[in-house]
Design a protein around this ligand. Sequence first.
Ligand code: T5A
Length: 207
Amino acid sequence: MFISFEGIDFCGKTTQIELLKRYLENKGRKVYIVREPGGTVISERIREILLNKKHLEMCDETEIFLFSGARAQLVREAIRPWLSEGNVVIADRFFDSTTAYQGYGRGIDLDSVKKIHQIATGGTVPDITFYLKISMAESIKRQELRKTDLDRIERSNDNFYERVISGYEQLALDNNERIVTINGSRSPEVIHEEIIEKLNEKMILSS
Ligand code: T5A
């Protein structure tokens, strides 16, 4: 079982992933969480380069290849071996993030983005993806509450984030058999319940 979570920054993915992990472990499942970019020694090194707020000169093409390089390593070193042992893998972002941020957000041609995904993942696709939908205003509110320093991507302007949100909307429409849109502006407990409901509906938990 391979589950991914998507959405704009501060949409609540990490919070929901922790709740879901606990739920599944209580059901006796072994669960691995991976975050993107990151999750292996090499991918975490790439993460440092990508998110470093000093790297403002990074061009969009370098950005997409670095995100995809980190993913290629993660898929082969961690995700596939864990899935093949029958474990649950929950990914905090996967290739939909690249389509939304680098494709729709930065404006890289979407057909090229798809080809890069194919090379990076070699066809490994989540069984189900939860898109936690929040508005730009909600994202900014949570970011201000958290008071942490912003990384390089988070320093992108509001127009960029509006394009990323439109990208996620389009992705959800185009992949409605895989991507489930969840209203992420409610309480974490209510969101968690809906996620469990959807997993049961799609019989993902019984496999
Ligand atoms: N990126 C990533 C790309 O551009 N392309 C790619 O291909 C990939 C993979 C990664 C950055 O890289 C970009 C996207 C990102 O900008 P990151 O540090 O890993 O950077 O950041 P995020 O994935 O965005 O993770 P965040 O930690 O910022 O946000 P989460 O995980 O979505 O949210 P979470 O759970 O940490 O919650 C954020 C805050 O909101 C509160 C939490 O307490 C926390 O303070 N919160 C809620 N508040 C109210 N109601 C709820 N329901 C709440 N749920 C959580």
